[in-house]
Design a protein around this ligand. Structure first.
Ligand code: NAD
Length: 467
C-alpha cells in the first residue's frame, strides 16, 4: 500500500480506503485515509517549513522545481501505469498527462513573480510587493490526478508557499507515488500529500492553519469549499465544472473539423472540465457533421487503458458511470436520436460506455443543460449565429467555448460575446502553461497557469514611506 508524505517522511495508515480499477470494478489497492491527527501534523509541518522556504532564494526554488520536473519525467511509465489502473485512461494518454505535468512544472519554474514600484512624487516611491500566503491546501479531482496536482504544486512552491495536497479518493495512488518520488528533493514539510475521503477535503477547507485553498472539482463541492473558507477568510481559487459549447458556423467544412471536435469531446472518455459538451452547428451543416462525428465514434476502440490501441477507457468510477447512463436514458426519453452509440452500458465488467452522438434534443434536455462529463455528445442545429450564442450562454457554466469558422476575423469578433473564461477559435481544449485557465459565472474564479495563475498564490502588500 502506498503511503502519505507528511513532514518529509512516509506516513503509515491508521485507516484505509479501497481504490477500485474502473476497467474491472475490482479492488486495485488500498490507500491511507488521513486521520484528523495526521492532517494536523501535515498542516503544522507545512507551517513550520514555510518561513525557511519563503526565505529560500527564488533561484533555488526554481532549481528545486526543475529537479522535480526531471524526476517526474524519469518516472513517466510508473506514474502513467498507476493513472491508467486507478483512473482508466489509455496508457498513451496517461503518459501524456505525466509528461504534461513535468512540462507545466518546468514552465512555471521559469516565471517571474511580479513586484512594482509606484512613483508618488519627485522624491518618493512606494513598493507593491507580493507575499506568499503560507500553507496552501490543494484539493484535486479524479480526472487528471497528476496534471491537476502539478498545476497547484508548482506555482504554490515557486512563490514560497508550502502545500498540503489531497487527491480524490478515487485516484490517490499515482499522487501518493509522486510524493514518494519528490521526497528527497524538497525540505521536510514543504510538500505534504495526504489521501482520504471527501471529509478530509472538508477538514482542509476549514482548517485554521491553512491560509489559502486551491480547489478543482465540481460546482456543488466548490460551493461547500467557498462557505468553509469564508469562516476565517482564506484565500481561494475555484476551478469548477464546465458545459463547453462549440459553435460551428455555416461557412465551415464539417468533414475538415469533425476530427478536432471529436477529439476535444471524447478525450479521457469526455471526463475533462473543458471538453466540448454540446455542439451548436448551423442547420445547413448539421447532418454532415453528425454523420462524420458518428463515423469517428463508431471507429473508437473501447477497452481497458492497458490494452494496445484502446482509444476510450472506462468511466473513472461507479458514481460517474451511473450518472452518464442516467443522462443517456433521459436523452432517449426526451426523443434523442443516437447517431452513434446507444443508451446503456457495454456488456462487460467495468464502467464502459461506447461513445455516443445524440441529435434531436432541445436545450432543456438534461444531456444538454447539465455537465455530462462522459463520452456522450449532443449536437444541436441553429439558424442564426446570434441565436447560437444566446443558447450557448443560457447556462450558469462559463468555463470555455469554441467558435469554428473559415473566417477567423469573424470568429474573433464573436468571441467577446461568448460568456466563457476561454474562447478558442477553430480548436478546443488547447490548454497551454503560458495562458490562464479561468472560469466565469459558476465555473469559478481565480486563475491557474501563467503569470495570472502565479498571482493567485500571492497577496499584495503596499510599502509606502513618508518623505
Ligand atoms: P468533486 O467536487 O466531487 O471532488 C473534488 C475533490 O474535492 C476531491 O478530492 C474530493 O474528495 C474533494 N471534496 C469532496 N467534498 C469536499 C468538501 N466538502 N470539501 C472539500 N473537499 C471536498 O469533483 P470530482 O467528481 O472529483 O471531479 C469532477 C468535477 O471536477 C467536474 O465537475 C469537472 O468539471 C470538475 N473539474 C474542473 C476542472 C477545472 O479546471 N475547471 C478540472 C477538472 C475537473
Amino acid at each position: 500500500m502506498p503511503r502519505m508524505t507528511i513532514n518529509g517522511r512516509l506516513a503509515d495508515a491508521v485507516r484505509t480506503l479501497d481504490v477500485l480499477n474502473p476497467a474491472n470494478a475490482q479492488l486495485l489497492d488500498r490507500a491511507p485515509c488521513c486521520s484528523a491527527e495526521q492532517l494536523d501534523e501535515a498542516v503544522s509541518a507545512a507551517r513550520t517549513a514555510f518561513a525557511a522556504w519563503r526565505d529560500t532564494p527564488l533561484e533555488e526554488r526554481r532549481a528545486t522545481l526543475r529537479a522535480c520536473a526531471a524526476r517526474v519525467r524519469e518516472h513517466r511509465d510508473a506514474l502513467a501505469r498507476l493513472i491508467t489502473l486507478e483512473q482508466g485512461k489509455p496508457t498513451a494518454t496517461a503518459q501524456r498527462e505525466v509528461m504534461g505535468a513535468a512540462r507545466w512544472i518546468e514552465h512555471t519554474a521559469g516565471l517571474e513573480p511580479p513586484s512594482e514600484s509606484v512613483p508618488l512624487d519627485a522624491s518618493r516611491v512606494a513598493q507593491v510587493i507580493r507575499r506568499p500566503y503560507g500553507v496552501v491546501g490543494a484539493i484535486v479531482p479524479w480526472n487528471y490526478p497528476i496534471m491537476s496536482a502539478a498545476w497547484k504544486i508548482a506555482p504554490a512552491l515557486l512563490t514560497g508557499n508550502t502545500v498540503v495536497l489531497k487527491p480524490s479518493p478515487y485516484t490517490p495512488l499515482a499522487t501518493l507515488h509522486l510524493g514518494e518520488l519528490l521526497l528527497d528533493l524538497l525540505p521536510p514539510g514543504v510538500l505534504n500529500i495526504v489521501s482520504g475521503t471527501d471529509e478530509v477535503g472538508a477538514s482542509m477547507a476549514s482548517h485554521p492553519g491553512i491560509r489559502k485553498i486551491s480547489f478543482t472539482g465540481s460546482i456543488a463541492t466548490g460551493q461547500k469549499v467557498y462557505a468553509a473558507a469564508a469562516r476565517d477568510v482564506k484565500g481561494l481559487t475555484l476551478e469548477l465544472g464546465g458545459n463547453d459549447p462549440a459553435i460551428v458556423l455555416g461557412d465551415v467544412d464539417p468533414i475538415a473539423v469533425a476530427a478536432r471536435i471529436y477529439a476535444a469531446a471524447f478525450e479521457n472518455a469526455g471526463q475533462v472540465c473543458s471538453a466540448i459538451k454540446r455542439v451548436y452547428v448551423h442547420r445547413s451543416r448539421h447532418d454532415e457533421l453528425v454523420s462524420e462525428l458518428a463515423s469517428l465514434a463508431t471507429k473508437a476502440i473501447v477497452g481497458s487503458g492497458l490494452e494496445e490501441g484502446v482509444t476510450i477507457g472506462p468511466l473513472s468510477n461507479a458514481q460517474q458511470y451511473h450518472r452518464v447512463l442516467d443522462l443517456m436514458a433521459a436523452a432517449r426519453a426526451d426523443g434523442g436520436v443516437f447517431a452513434a452509440g446507444k443508451p446503456g452500458p457495454l456488456p462487460r465488467p467495468g464502467y464502459f460506455i461506447a461513445p455516443a452522438i445524440v441529435t434531436g434534443l432541445t436545450d432543456r434536455s438534461r444531456l444538454v443543460a447539465e455537465e455530462q462529463f462522459g463520452p456522450v455528445l449532443p449536437v444541436l442545429p441553429y439558424d442564426e449565429v446570434s441565436e447560437a450564442i444566446d443558447r450557448a450562454n443560457a447556462t450558469s457554466f462559463g468555463l470555455s467555448a469554441s467558435v469554428w469558422s473559415a473566417d477567423v476575423a469573424q470568429a474573433r469578433a464573436l468571441a467577446p460575446r461568448v460568456e466563457a473564461g476561454t474562447v478558442w477559435i477553430n480548436q478546443h481544449m488547447s490548454i497551454l502553461p503560458q495562458l490562464p485557465t479561468v472560469g466565469l459565472k459558476s465555473s469559478g474564479f481565480g486563475a491557474e497557469n501563467g503569470i495570472w495563475g502565479l498571482e493567485c498564490y500571492l497577496q499584495i502588500q503596499t510599502v509606502s514611506a513618508a518623505s
